[in-house]
Design a protein around this ligand. Structure first.
Ligand SMILES: Cc1ncc(COP(=O)(O)O)c(C=O)c1O
Length: 428
């Protein structure tokens, strides 16, 4: 057992100061047991805790760190920008540069707005969709997470699933009454909702790569169906690309599946590890947003210069190094090795781009409803053993793993060996 005395002491102080000792619930290790490890620093593909232990990081700050920890380009971007000021509360060049870069990579976006989190991005995109269509209702899918704004918390994936909470307390029914929830990968359910609520539906919002309740990969045919039905009904299709954007392909899931939604939301990678979110659409839709239109949206630190410099440095680096294909090749090889070494076990491994998930059932599901209920219990043992073996997986069975460009082939081969052994011991 590694020594984690300093972490435990810090957590002992933290629980007396912050609810659950944390500032985001899944970090509390409630679902996996034990106490959180306190990080001293990150370097490349590794996290180092305050007790001097090293972990290969498959969480990557829940997705943003596509270049790994403390990448020299990111550190340089922060230093250069910070020395000239950390926030101006008005316009600056990095906004123009990152907007140009996003539109170059995602040509279906004609106008963009930067915010400070994925939650804000989706909340604002839905408001704009409502303002644009003049309709109130939205369809979301069970297991998809779109941030913690009130009406999007219904059946919303990992954080809630980890704690067995179907929807959050504190959300009045009145606030959620316009949110219609459908199972993923089910055309009839969506057709029924359109039959019933037809012209009241402003938007269908989906993670095109649902990665918040395991990795519930959808078929291209299903996403195309959503594209067609929304077009036919005058409803906007919103791809929440907070996880998939700039990760599964340069142009995100939109490029990967070659399906063009009406609006996209971004976060995580687009901020390179600093707080950034963004939403974008055609000029016609975005024209409805303040100051040009009547849909209000604003933010004191929106488009923060430091954060946008990091987003820009991240996307520049990936473009210059062909990072996306390196990530894809390494992740595929890692998953293939792990699959081969665990072939007799009743588990499945799924991946897309540099995202992977160890599904604790024989065939990985495409709907949240089909995830086995005892997975979370079995995952706790796997998580703890991985930690002991020097690997930091996300502390929840419902979270995916991320690979960064700092994960070398040797790191991944070694991890595949260790994980296969742990899975062999934990699954019968
Ligand atoms: C698909 C998706 N949308 C929105 C969000 C919310 O982003 P944030 O945590 O930055 O508010 C997340 C966060 O995990 C996400 O995965």
């Amino acid at each position: 057992m590694s020594e984690r005395k300093k972490s435990q002491a810090l957590y002992g102080r933290a629980v007396k100061l912050m609810t659950g000792g944390v500032n985001s619930p899944v970090r509390a290790f409630k679902a996996v047991g034990g106490t959180p490890i306190y990080i001293d620093h990150g370097e490349g593909a590794y996290l180092y805790d305050v007790d001097g232990n090293r972990y290969l990081d498959f969480c990557c700050s829940w997705g943003p760190l596509i270049l790994g920890h403390a990448h020299p380009d990111i550190v340089a971007a922060i230093n250069t920008t910070a020395s000239r000021g950390t926030s101006f509360g008005t316009v600056h060049e990095n906004e123009v540069l990152l907007a140009e870069k996003i539109i170059e990579l995602c040509p279906h976006i004609e106008r963009i707005r930067f915010v400070s989190s994925g939650t804000e991005a989706v909340m604002s995109a839905v408001r704009l969709a409502r303002g644009f269509t003049g309709r109130d209702k939205i369809i979301k899918f069970s297991g998809c997470y779109h941030g913690h704004s009130d009406y999007l918390l219904a059946s919303a994936g990992s954080g809630l699933a980890t704690f067995g909470i179907p929807s959050s307390a504190g959300v009045p029914n009145d606030f959620a009454k316009h949110t219609l929830v459908a199972p993923l990968d089910n055309t009839e359910a969506v057709e029924r909702l359109f039959d019933e609520y037809g012209m009241d539906i402003a938007a269908v919002v989906i993670e095109p790569v649902p990665a918040n309740n395991g990795l519930l990969l959808q078929s291209k045919a299903y996403l195309s169906f959503l594209r067609e039905i929304t077009k036919a009904k005058g409803t906007l299709l919103i791809f929440d690309e907070v996880i998939s954007g700039f990760r599964v392909a340069p142009g995100g899931a939109t490029e990967y599946y070659d399906i063009t939604p009406d609006m996209c939301t971004y976060g995580k990678v687009v901020g390179g590890g600093l707080p950034v979110g963004a939403f974008g659409a055609s000029e016609a839709i975005m024209r409805r947003l303040a100051p040009d239109g009547p849909v209000y949206q604003a933010g004191t630190l929106s488009g923060n210069p430091l954060a946008l410099a990091c987003g820009l440095a991240t996307l520049d680096n990936l473009q210059k190094t062909d990072g996306w294909s390196t990530l894809q090749t390494r992740t595929e090889a890692f998953v293939k090795q792990l699959k081969a070494k665990t072939s007799g076990l009743p588990i499945d491994l799924v991946s897309i781009g540099s995202i992977f998930w160890i599904s604790l059932q024989k065939t990985a599901p495409s709907r949240a409803e089909d995830i086995v209920s005892d997975g979370a219990k079995r995952y706790a043992g796997i998580f703890s053993k991985a930690l002991e073996a020097g690997m930091y997986l996300a502390p929840s069975a419902y979270e995916v793993g991320f690979v960064s460009t700092a994960h070398a082939e040797t790191d991944l081969t070694d991890a595949a060996d260790k994980l296969a052994e742990i899975l062999g011991q934990s699954i019968r």
